[in-house]
Design a protein around this ligand. Structure first.
Ligand code: HEM
Length: 516
């Protein structure tokens, strides 16, 4: 009896394994025969499997395919470690892609492919994040000027701790990722949650570990696990997320409770932070209902972990790191460091309280945009899934059935020489121009998205935190350049690609000293 049960389990497992291994081939059969493929068309089940497995270590397929096909306005398909193919559209088809309603091409469903939250944490109401997006888009962005003093206070406190206090002028070696991690987490937690918790080392530890564990599991389940296995692998991989979520609730519960009281009684003005904005939003939407604190904490935690596989605060860290890697490995004769330092010094010194400091640094603006162009956080953007029952016909006439995954090759777009002169070259002031009226330098703003600049996505689903992100990067980088000398790097450490996520090297050491 036991032997036959074992035998049945073995046969079932083998059948499942066979099915999983054949999935890349089924995906191929699903697409029209006219579809172009990069690097090559799968010739059979083994070839489809091999092409999918090749993508595990990250590759340049989307960028190379862009050169081969997208530049001729043709869509093309690539195999994926998730074992279903993805169709990448040429830039000409971006307006069409963005104009499709959610009921035909779903951003939400495509996000599931990219963040895997429904598999990892089905108990979280992932679609309830619209409030969160509203709090980020409206309240956080609108309060950029109001919160600048608090921002600067935490920036000084934490940066001096990490990189050296005034008077400590000896050179020291610092791991760049670890330093930016402490600085950026400190500031974001101060603005999101308030001063007492943001300086509580145990709480910060739990926030970071929650973020990292969730991020790692998202990356693993969404980009590296074949799709038929996601529901099972997801549940197991999601267990640590629940554990750390409970720890966060224990810490955050009193803060939320006190804020709800404060907003109900209306005796004193509550602090301008994410906790207040989220509670306020929840109370104004359902004035008669109880506010569920644990649900709000999930939402707040999602700000740290939500979009796609890239966690907003970690993305901010990675993008700031890319900025420093580009700047520190640039040609010292061009003195980019000094130009940016002088500009930041003037902006910090001549601070005009009517507008944020970050608005008066055009060279910095352009330099940040250039680093985002060269190293966006993913090589593919604008993901959508065909959800219309009968499928959809692309503008070039090719038919795609329901379930097909679409995107645009962002790195290809950002390195297209028809748009950007010498696209592989780091030219920090590329986005700078002279205002004809005032004769002053002005720059294309970091958060402005377009079909040619996809670092924050584009269209109605583009990153709602991008204005805050740009402001934060300018202040943090400006403060560091003004107050610290950093030795140049011999060469630019190469970013790695995991699945479709682009990650800067985590072990770069810089030599830094406080200026007199
Ligand atoms: C330089 C830093 C950042 C970059 C490069 C970035 C980039 C992105 C990208 C590419 C998306 C996906 C857009 C799409 O689906 O088409 C996204 C979504 C999102 N980002 Fe950011 N982001 C950054 C910082 C932030 C910050 C600081 C926050 C919050 C404070 C934030 C909050 C969000 C949210 C909530 C979404 C999901 C939007 C939705 O699903 O509609 N991001 N971000």
């Amino acid at each position: 009896m036991a032997t036959s049960l074992t035998g049945q389990i073995l046969v079932a497992s083998l059948c499942l394994l066979l099915f999983v291994l054949l999935c890349p081939w089924f995906g191929y059969l699903w697409l029209p025969s006219s579809m172009r493929w990069w690097p090559s068309i799968p010739r059979g089940p083994f070839s489809a499997l091999r092409l999918s497995l090749k993508e595990y270590s990250g590759s340049r397929s989307s960028e190379d395919g862009y050169r081969e096909f997208s530049k001729k306005a043709e869509p093309f398909a690539i195999c994926n470690p998730s074992f279903y193919p993805q169709v990448l559209l040429p830039p000409e088809q971006i307006p069409w892609l963005l104009s499709q309603p959610e009921t035909i091409l779903s951003h939400e469903k495509a996000n599931e492919d990219v963040h895997a939250l429904p598999f990892l944490a089905p108990a979280f109401d992932n679609y309830d994040h619209l409030e969160l997006i509203r709090a980020v888009r409206n309240d956080l962005t609108r309060n950029i000027a109001n919160t600048e003093d608090v921002f600067l206070d935490e920036l000084r406190y934490i940066t001096d701790e990490v990189l050296g206090h005034p008077g400590a002028s000896a050179w020291q070696e610092v791991n760049l990722t670890a330093a930016l991690d402490r600085i950026i987490f400190g500031i974001c937690l101060r603005l999101f949650i308030g001063v007492s918790l943001c300086r509580n080392p145990k709480f910060v530890y739990y926030v970071k570990i929650f973020t990292r564990v969730t991020g790692a599991m998202m990356l693993f389940v969404s980009q590296l696990v074949p799709w038929p296995l996601k529901p099972v692998v997801g549940i197991v991989a999601g267990l640590p997320i629940y554990y750390y979520w409970v720890r966060l609730i224990i810490y955050l519960y009193p803060t939320f409770k006190e804020r709800i009281q404060c907003l109900r009684i209306k005796k004193e003005t509550p602090p301008a932070d994410m906790v207040t904005w989220m509670v306020d939003l929840a109370m104004s939407q359902n004035p008669t209902r109880r506010v569920h604190i644990s649900a709000l904490i999930v939402r707040l935690a999602l700000i740290l972990t939500y979009p796609q596989v890239f966690l907003p605060v970690d993305v901010l860290i990675a993008m700031t790191e890319n900025f420093f890697l580009d700047l520190l490995s640039s040609d010292p004769d061009r003195r980019y460091y000094n130009i940016l330092r002088q500009e930041a010094e003037a902006a910090f010194t001549n601070r005009d309280k009517t507008q944020p400091i970050s608005q008066s640094m055009p060279h910095m603006e352009s330099t940040i945009r250039e680093s985002l162009r060269l190293s966006p956080l993913s090589d593919r953007m604008l993901s959508r899934r065909v959800v219309q029952k009968g499928g959809i016909t692309l503008p070039d006439g090719q038919f795609l059935s329901r379930g097909t995954w679409l995107a645009v090759a962002a790195v290809g777009v950002h390195r297209d020489e028809q748009t950007y002169e010498d696209p592989d070259e780091y030219r920090p002031f590329r986005f700078l121009s002279i205002d004809n009226d005032t004769q002053e330098s002005k720059a294309m703003l970091v958060p402005v998205t377009s079909e040619k600049f996809l670092a924050f996505g584009h269209g109605r689903h583009s990153c709602p935190g991008r204005w805050f992100a740009a402001h934060a990067m300018k202040l943090i980088i400006g403060y560091i350049l003004v107050n610290y000398d950093i030795e140049p790097l011999d060469k630019r450490p190469v970013n790695s690609v995991v699945g479709q996520t682009i990650i800067p090297q985590l072990d770069v050491t810089i030599r830094v000293r406080r200026r007199e």
